[in-house]
Design a protein around this ligand. Structure first.
Ligand code: IVH
Length: 670
């Protein structure tokens, strides 16, 4: 006989779990301010579900286990969905997915079912209602049955068509609105500078941006969408989910290109492994993989439970938030001289990586969140973004340590640290602060900038400390003998570095701009500037008004660019770089028009009818970027004869691969 706890205890535990879940739902859905990690939330829900299954007398229809999403906010008008927006059954292990597959096979009385595997975007679900080709309403998911009407806000998202050609009488497109991590960082950096509260993560930023009563605010936020399905539809025939997605893409809706259609359950398991492994290489947050039965007839045969379709499952990735203890609060000095409080953490594994540091952003954030040494905190990691402390979840039983205070002096050079009125950031006043210089060199050589492979934190510190690099252009003056003589540096690594530095001299204008480290000029703004002005001279000569005339450049950014180039030292640094052999490709780049604009290509193997240089020039002329390594933002790999390991990498992370003929067609069609 098993030792069952007394019923009152079970009931108390169930009440506690429900209360915690309701609170977490409220925080997550309505206040866009999550308090516990997704993993903790899932654990609470699983425990509650198990208890309710074991003790049905305590189950109740209004238990949070039976609810979908959040109750709509009052301030937006609400509207019922024609078809409920349900949620997905979760899977947490390959076993759960195999079980799902077996259930499907059993219900259909058939084996070898074909599936579609999609990335599960961590954003905000929306429904776009098109009547006779015109967007008439956009709704949030709300409680699944009734959503908030956010049409005006959704109309500001340029990726979402306001009308579609050859449209059926009724088409409800469903998708996930999200913000790219790189754009999120820029958004939060701007907020940081202005002393505004930071968004906890891209999902919260997207949710907050959609729930603005003033659409102008929404318009200023970099919202994007991936569409993954439909609600009610009239007059459109399709027999497969994958074909439906292709049809949506054909109508102009963004559909995630990673999607793998008509695959076996084994291939779906494989897709999950690959996407999870390369999760950090993507520029957007994802929390799992959605596996859907591909055949629409099969979907209909399987039907729905009250909460989710029986033909789909969401297989979650390992959590990216965990709790740990702040052992110490340190202060680091960044590229702009900003003093940033950093939490030294008791090491914790988050999404397969051990995290022992997390940013606390600035003094106000630490104060607002009241984070102190010894506290247990929620830490979040999202891909390449620096891990951050979200909030305190537990304070020590004994006395807490004193509140954090910003040091009065720079912890690196000892100069005065000053916080300008109205700004959130404290800065080291010393323009020659070694920490500031090291950070700018590191940024200059980093992947999104000059992309000098092998020139990382350690080497930069060595080069700066030994005085070999006193200004940016010195990087291009390093020779083999000098490098090889450095401590812990082999001949071979030295040769690789010389090679990488040499190759990096040919650079596109947006990367060059980004590399300069102008405050507020992230990779996106750099692309916009390059597209608008077309040459470095024109950008350097642009007035604040010229700059502000660009849609995506606001007054703060415009002023920052102008004052950067007004500073004689900066102009000199640019001249020195050009004198040291940096060559900027100044073809006009159109970031918004043309199908190849903003796309990243990697070439591998020999091309027959073009030299690599010609291919590169042709692509760049159309606004595309040619990169040397397959990673993160690669859109296409062009595989010629005898392609190298780049092809393997592309295939392994699911980057689209095209051949020379495909490239030719793209160049012609663009
Ligand atoms: S299909 C009835 N596909 O995940 C099936 N959902 O719990 C409806 N989500 O809030 C969902 N990426 O917004 C589907 N590729 C994807 C998705 C996806 C993200 C979100 C969805 C919903 C939640 C489902």
């Amino acid at each position: 006989m098993s030792d069952k706890p007394p019923l009152e205890e079970v009931k108390a535990r169930i009440d506690y779990l429900r209360q915690q879940i309701v609170r977490a739902n409220e925080k997550y859905h309505r206040q866009d301010d999550p308090e516990i990690s997704d993993a903790q939330y899932d654990r609470l829900k699983i425990e509650l579900k198990e208890l309710e299954a074991e003790y049905p007398r305590f189950d109740s229809p209004d238990s949070p286990t039976h609810l979908v999403g959040a109750t709509p906010l009052e301030r937006f008008e609400t509207k019922a969905h024609r078809l409920a927006m349900l949620s997905l059954e979760n899977a947490f292990s390959p076993q759960d997915v195999q079980d799902f597959n077996r259930r499907v096979e059993k219900a259909l009385g058939s084996g070898s079912i074909l599936y579609t595997a999609e990335i599960k975007m961590d954003g905000v679900a929306v429904e776009l209602v098109y009547e006779h080709g015109r967007l008439v309403a956009a709704l949030t998911r709300g409680d699944g049955r009734v959503g908030e009407v956010i049409t005006a806000n959704v109309r500001t998202i340029s990726q979402i068509p306001s009308s579609i050609k050859n449209a059926p009488p009724l088409l409800e497109v469903r998708g996930e609105i999200y913000i790219r991590r790189s754009r999120f960082e820029e958004l939060n950096n701007r907020r940081l500078e202005k002393g505004e509260a930071l968004f906890a993560n891209p999902r919260n930023a997207a949710a907050g941006s959609l729930r603005q009563l003033d659409s102008a605010v929404t318009a200023s936020r970099p919202l994007e969408i991936f569409c993954y399905g439909v609600g009610a539809v009239e007059g459109l025939e399709y027999s497969s989910h994958y074909e439906l997605l292709e049809m949506l893409a054909g109508l102009g809706f963004p559909v995630n290109e990673q999607t793998k259609g008509k695959i076996s359950i084994q291939e779906a398991l494989e897709a999950h492994r690959l996407w999870e492994e390369h999760r950090a290489d993507f520029d957007y947050d994802m929390d799992g993989v959605v596996i859907k039965v591909d055949s629409v007839a099969f979907q209909q045969a399987l039907g729905f439970t009250s909460k989710s379709p029986r033909w789909a499952v969401a297989w979650k990735f390992a959590p990216t938030q965990e709790t740990t203890v702040v052992e110490k609060i340190l202060v680091s000095v960044g590229r702009t001289g900003a003093l940033t409080p950093v939490a030294a953490l008791r090491p914790v594994a988050i999404g397969g990586v051990t995290v022992s540091r997390a940013t606390l952003h600035n003094e106000d954030e630490v104060r607002k969140k009241d984070i102190r040494e010894g506290d247990t905190v929620l830490v979040q990691r999202a891909g390449d973004v620096i891990p951050e402390v979200v909030k305190v979840v537990l304070t020590p039983d004994a006395a807490r340590s004193a509140p954090f205070e910003m040091p009065k002096n720079c912890p690196v050079c000892g100069s005065q640290a000053r916080r300008i009125e109205g700004e959130a950031v404290t800065r080291c006043v010393n323009a020659q602060c070694p920490a500031v210089f090291k950070e700018s060199v590191r940024h200059f050589a980093s992947r999104g900038a000059f992309d000098m492979e092998g020139v990382g934190d350690k080497l930069v510190a060595q080069l700066a400390d030994t005085g070999l690099v006193k200004e940016l252009a010195d990087l291009f003056r390093l020779d083999l003998a000098t490098l090889a003589a450095l401590e812990r540096m082999g001949e071979k690594s030295a040769a690789n570095i010389v090679d990488a530095v040499e190759k990096s001299k040919d650079i596109s204008l947006p990367r060059f701009l980004y590399a300069l480290g102008i405050r507020h000029v992230g990779s996106h703004v750099a692309l916009v500037l390059a597209g608008h002005f077309g040459s470095l001279e024109k950008i350097m000569a642009a007035s604040v008004d010229d700059l502000e005339a660009i849609r995506e450049v606001g007054p703060v950014v415009a002023k920052s660019i102008r004052s950067f180039f007004d500073e004689p030292n900066n102009r000199k640094a640019v001249d020195e770089l050009l004198a040291a052999g940096v060559r900027i490709a100044e073809e006009r780049i159109e970031p918004v028009s043309g199908s190849l604009a903003g796309k990243t290509f990697v070439l591998t193997g020999g091309l027959e009818n073009l030299t690599r240089e010609q291919a590169k020039a042709a692509l760049e002329k159309l606004g595309a970027r040619v990169s040397s390594s397959v990673s993160k933002k690669t859109d296409f790999v062009v595989a010629g004869k005898d392609p190298g390991s780049k092809l393997d990498k592309a295939l392994s992370i699911g980057v689209k691969v095209i051949d020379e003929a495909g490239l030719k067609k793209m160049l012609e069609d663009a």
